[in-house]
Ligand binder design. Structure first.
Ligand code: G
Ligand code: G
Ligand code: MN
Ligand code: NA
Length: 254
């Protein structure tokens, strides 16, 4: 309850921070984009993980405000990078399913895009498989409205919730991010290697881009490159970082 009160004020006062984790082209190794991740540093408690405060925010109705704040802040931050370095990085943001499946969300995304000047074509929204499984009658329409802004849709943590493949094929989705639990066991668990290979092949057959998250070792990288995964993300390359540090990383790349 105390944490909920703190969360309410940190959200109201816009004191949540946003960190960025690069995604790399698996073949060239160049930075293709970044994922924005909410960060909470509390004066008393120190760092509080989103694994703790996002579920809390979902329960107390704050998550929509958080997701939209992170999107706005990240669009603004990347526009400031663009002004300095003429970059065309893609930006991925995470949306909670409960908040994502709502009429009118596309209008608020559109207003964030127009107020920051960030191009819709460079924005990707990551949602979990719960969205694929949703029985919301207007789901298809809502997704199309967001796609209508040029914004791309990714399924995050893919593979753990048994998405219906026919549903996946019907919905206007662009990208699958293979859950890091499958990447973790590459080299140790041949079942997970089969799953990773199968997801990559299936994604490509459905004309979807595929991203491996949680890549921590060269062996994992080699494996997913060999099987044609499009992008990689993970501690092997870089952890989420504040915007100032991202600037340094990007300057080194150029
Ligand atoms: O960044 P970290 O690995 O600690 O994130 C833990 C979880 O919190 C991940 O599932 C991530 O998707 C989620 N998360 C991080 N930032 C946001 C956010 O801005 N909105 C939502 N809905 N989830 C987020
Ligand atoms: O659920 P989602 O994919 O949005 O979670 C993103 C979070 O995953 C990031 O905030 C980051 O903290 C975490 N993450 C990113 N790369 C790695 C990695 O290589 N290993 C582990 N264990 N966690 C990672
Ligand atoms: Mn994500
Ligand atoms: Na993920």
């Amino acid at each position: 309850l105390m944490l909920e009160g703190k969360l309410r004020s940190v959200v109201a006062e816009q004191r949540l921070q946003v960190h960025y984790q690069p995604k790399y082209d698996a073949m060239t190794g160049h930075i293709a984009g970044v994922e924005a991740l909410a960060r909470w540093f509390d004066d008393d408690e120190g760092y509080i993980s989103p694994e703790e405060f996002i579920p809390l925010a979902e329960d107390c109705g704050l998550v929509g405000e958080i997701d939209e704040f992170v999107t706005w802040r990240a669009c603004r931050d990347l526009m400031s990078l663009k002004a300095e370095a003429d970059l065309t990085l893609t930006l991925a943001v995470n949306f909670s399913p409960a908040h994502f499946i709502h009429r009118g969300l596309h209008e608020r995304i559109e207003s964030t895009l127009s107020s920051t000047g960030f191009p819709g074509e460079l924005l990707e929204v990551e949602v979990t498989e719960a969205v694929v499984a949703s029985e919301e009658a207007h789901l298809h329409e809502y997704l199309n409205q967001i796609r209508g802004l040029g914004v791309r849709l990714a399924i995050d943590d893919f593979g753990i919730a048994y998405s219906s493949l026919s549903r996946l094929k019907q919905l206007p989705i662009n990208t699958l991010k293979i859950d890091r639990s499958f990447i973790r066991d590459i080299g140790d668990d041949s079942d997970d290697e089969v799953i990773v290979r199968t997801i990559i092949d299936m994604a490509h057959n459905l004309n979807l881009k595929v991203v491996a998250e949680g890549v921590e070792t060269h062996a994992q990288l080699e494996f997913i490159r060999r099987h044609g995964c499009d992008q990689v993300q993970g501690y092997l390359f870089s952890k989420p970082m504040p915007i100032d540090q991202l600037k340094v990383v990007l300057n080194k790349e150029n």
